[in-house]
Design a protein around this ligand. Structure first.
Ligand code: C5P
Length: 228
């Protein structure tokens, strides 16, 4: 919080592979705010449903499951870990299969409502940088700072491929590009809370910019708006 008054919300939305997670995490560190990765929460629902044999096409089962999960972010050095009912799932949710599952389970309003409520609660008493697809449009339409972070599909697929290979996973760039495009299509075309830029969001296209440049740019923007 800036001065003991209401918390500041920095909302960062955008498509897959735009660099949101890295940038939002570094921006939160820089501003001294809490970082919340809402995509990790949808991923956790996909992971748990797969483990429990609940179909990604079963809205009622998925809603019940989501309501039963205890999701908690725990700081871990510069990163944060996601605990689901006490288990650290930070690594398990980062597979291509769970990426696809997250975009399948996030179609359902019951799942979305349950997670949005938790996201709003997480930021009731602390300033946050929250990233996702619907933060500036649905979760916090009143956020003081709204950023729509994007990059060309080719750049986003290049980053995803590099991210996977850093984790020692073989990835075919063509296939990664196709998966990125499929996920964007599902996220933009779904009926409930589709990915779209809020009218009052500032668009930042990150092609050709270094991570530090983007963080610096956003920090200035956020500091200016938070004071306003
Ligand atoms: O950001 P990340 O790639 O981890 O998100 C995984 C999936 O979760 C997205 O493709 C999207 O379908 C869903 N999601 C969402 N709303 C959010 C965050 C993520 O629908 N606020």
């Amino acid at each position: 919080m800036q001065d003991g008054s209401s918390p500041t919300i920095v909302a960062i939305d955008g498509p897959a592979g735009a660099g949101k997670s890295t940038i939002a995490r570094l921006l939160a560190q820089r501003l001294g705010y809490t970082y919340i990765d809402t995509g990790a929460m949808y991923r956790a629902v996909a992971l748990c449903s797969e483990r429990q044999g609940i179909s990604w096409d079963d809205p009622d089962g998925l809603e019940r499951l989501t309501l039963s999960l205890d999701l908690e972010f725990e700081p871990d050095g510069e990163r944060s870990r996601l605990l689901v009912n006490g288990e650290d799932v930070s690594e398990a949710i980062r597979t291509p299969q769970i990426s696809r599952g997250a975009s399948e389970v996030s179609r359902w309003p019951g799942v979305r409502c349950a997670l949005v409520e938790q996201q709003q609660r997480m930021s009731a008493e602390q300033s946050v940088v929250m990233e996702g697809r619907d933060i500036g449009t649905v979760v916090f339409p009143q956020a003081q700072v709204k950023i729509f972070l994007t990059a060309t599909p080719e750049e986003r697929s290049r980053r995803r491929t590099a991210e996977l290979s850093e984790r020692g996973e073989e990835a075919d760039p063509e296939q990664v590009l196709q998966e990125v495009l499929d996920r964007d299509r599902r996220d933009c075309e779904r009926e409930h809370s589709p990915l779209r830029q809020a009218e009052d969001a500032m668009e930042v296209v990150t092609d050709g910019m270094s991570i530090d440049e983007v963080v610096e740019h956003l920090a200035r923007l956020a500091e200016g708006r938070a004071k306003a």
